[in-house]
Design a binder for this molecule. Structure first.
Ligand code: DGJ
Length: 568
């Protein structure tokens, strides 16, 4: 065969690509690991704390990326969450376009960050808005949900077999491509769909759905929900009474997404999660009832249906809350609800004035990652309303409170992730009326006070902005970091003494305790300010005299201390 110059050129180019790929070291596939009841996200074989940011929905376009990277750099994130849009990925049935994915991989590597890719597939915020046009125009094959009155809802039916098949095939193609294109593991997790469920109806009332609703509940669900039914094969109504419609919807959506995820995982087993549009954790209204106060999206992994999701979608590793709760107590309650023995805490979206400090509340629950939403320079008006604490401040300032967290933790994220995985770390974010918090570490109590130093410690900051983390490095040595707080340590006796309660907290200048009738006073052996470089603590200077005589104060600069203690 005679070779034309263009065939030759193609062969040479292919050989170059193959050689280059061979030169890229293949790293371990990221995974979720559980040990001693705690979870970690392992990246490159070790615990990784995802310091994330999600871009606006329309920002993962190659032409828009120049407005993303400066914000990413300013924030000091290590991972960016970016959507992949099904309608653009599969413009014609079975024809997949990988260019956006490849661009994201290339640019993320250039900017030295990891990615979490968000599969905007069948569901995006409860609707099918990112389904390919050829699907949107064929409502018979790819139907919407139908409400109680027989009206179509702006939400895809989770009982549409052809939609499931199309999503499964497209997602599998996406994951297969990723496997080949990303031996470096730039992508560390994948979100399957986005805020799935329905706003406009508690469940699908289509004939296909109704038939399933009238049939017996799958036995594995009865087991997962610990239901002991009166009859051996109860219907949904018999098993779950007033919750039947909602539970049926959750099961249906979760089964659908579980199958999409399982197919994708068979191609490439990255950790996968589903994000939830939440319900109010204290005062939920009715699900899927438009206009009703407290209405929430029905069928997604809201806190009341997490066991249903676990049973229906085992291929999903994490059910993750998009925490936009305005009320601080509600915000914190959500973190608690999603931190479970069968579910690592991961906050894939968050926002709101003053909520940046709750990164530390998430750390206290061993979060594997945290990610404020809308962190780029494409829609400044929206950013201001969503994230900026003080609208009178300059436009770009919406990033600053979030950037502070990552500036502090970024250089030591691997150590923080490891210490948290080993159960050696505690953290706290300031709450109203809780200006002094004690964190117990065996023979030492770390005492965190919020308020302006030196006179108003423990009176609270004017704006609730305080945050602190303390990790035990050795019996008498701690890592301490934070903002707008003061931290000190008080002797706490041994286990037996603590049990016998013969410990009285002292009131002297140096924290002291009367333990079994003998005073013990805290002494700083050494307080080193420093930073982590390649996993090793490098001291910059010692704090002494004025900096340690009144406790250790943290202001608005990122400061990390290694504190060695003794008693006298
Ligand atoms: C939550 C969704 O998951 C995001 O995709 C985005 O729509 C934000 N809401 C906007 O607030």
């Amino acid at each position: 065969m005679k070779m034309t110059s263009s065939v030759l050129a193609t062969l040479v180019a292919t050989a170059v690509v193959v050689t280059l790929q061979a030169q890229v070291e293949e790293r371990p596939i990221p995974r979720i690991v559980k040990k001693d009841g705690r979870f970690a996200l392992f990246v490159d074989g070790a615990p990784y704390l995802m310091l994330g940011a999600q871009v606006h929905n329309s920002s993962s376009w190659p032409a828009t990326l120049p407005k993303v990277w400066p914000a990413v750099e300013y924030l000091h994130v290590n991972t960016v969450e970016m959507p992949v849009y099904w309608d653009r990925f599969e413009p014609r049935p079975g024809q997949y376009d990988y260019t956006v994915i490849d661009t994201l991989l290339k640019e993320a590597r250039q900017h030295n960050v990891r990615l979490v890719l968000l599969w905007f597939g069948t569901w995006k915020n409860g609707s099918q808005h990112y389904m390919p046009e050829w699907m949107k125009l064929d409502l018979v094959r790819y139907p919407h949900m139908v409400d109680r009155n027989g009206q179509a809802v702006d939400s895809p039916s989770p009982h549409a077999a052809a939609s499931l098949e199309a999503d499964r095939s497209a997602f599998t193609a996406f994951m297969r491509h990723l496997k080949g294109a990303d031996p470096q593991r730039t992508v560390i997790m994948v979100q399957v769909e986005n805020e799935a469920g329905a706003w406009g109806s508690v469940r699908d009332y289509s004939p296909a759905a109704q038939k399933l609703f009238d049939a017996p509940v799958p036995p594995e669900l009865l087991g997962a929900m610990h239901v002991k039914p009166a009859s051996p094969s109860p219907s949904w109504q018999q098993a779950f009474g007033p919750d039947a419609d909602e539970y049926f919807q959750a099961w249906s959506v979760a089964r659908y997404i579980g199958q999409v995820a399982a197919a994708g995982k068979a191609a490439y087993p990255l950790p996968m999660y589903v994000n939830a549009a939440l319900r109010d954790p204290f005062h939920p209204g009715p699900p899927g009832l438009p206009g009703a106060s407290g209405n929430y999206e029905s069928g997604g992994p809201t806190d009341n249906v997490l066991p249903i999701w676990k049973a229906a979608a085992p291929a999903i590793d994490i059910l993750a809350p998009d925490d936009y709760q305005n009320d601080d107590d509600a915000y914190l309650k959500v973190l608690e609800l999603y931190h479970r023995d069968d579910n690592p805490l991961f906050v894939p979206e968050t926002g709101g004035a003053g909520k940046d400090r709750f990164f530390f509340a998430a750390l206290a629950l061993q979060t594997i990652g945290f990610s404020p939403f809308g962190m780029d320079y494409t829609h400044r008006a929206a950013d201001r309303s969503m994230n900026q604490a003080d609208p009178s401040r300059p436009q770009d300032d919406f990033l600053t409170p979030w950037a502070m967290n990552y500036r502090l933790v970024g250089p030591m994220q691997r150590e923080i992730a490891r210490l948290n995985f080993e159960g050696k770390l505690q953290a706290v974010a300031e709450e109203l009326g809780k200006a002094k918090v004690t964190l117990p570490f065996g023979s030492w109590d770390a005492v965190v006070s919020f308020g302006a130093a030196p006179n108003n410690r423990a009176s609270g900051n004017p704006k609730l902005a305080g945050r602190a983390l303390v990790a035990q490095l050795k019996d008498d040595q701690f890592l301490v970091a934070g903002y707008f707080c003061s931290v000190d340590f008080r002797p706490a006796g041994n286990q037996q003494q603590r049990k016998s309660l013969h410990i009285v907290e002292g009131t002297e200048q140096n924290p002291s305790a009367l333990i079994d009738g003998k005073w013990q006073h805290r002494q700083f052996l050494r307080v080193e300010e420093g930073t982590y470089e390649n996993g090793v603590f490098k001291a910059i200077r010692d704090w002494n005299g004025d900096e340690t005589d009144w406790g250790l104060d943290f202001g608005e600069e990122p400061v990390v201390l290694r504190v060695s203690l003794a008693t006298y």
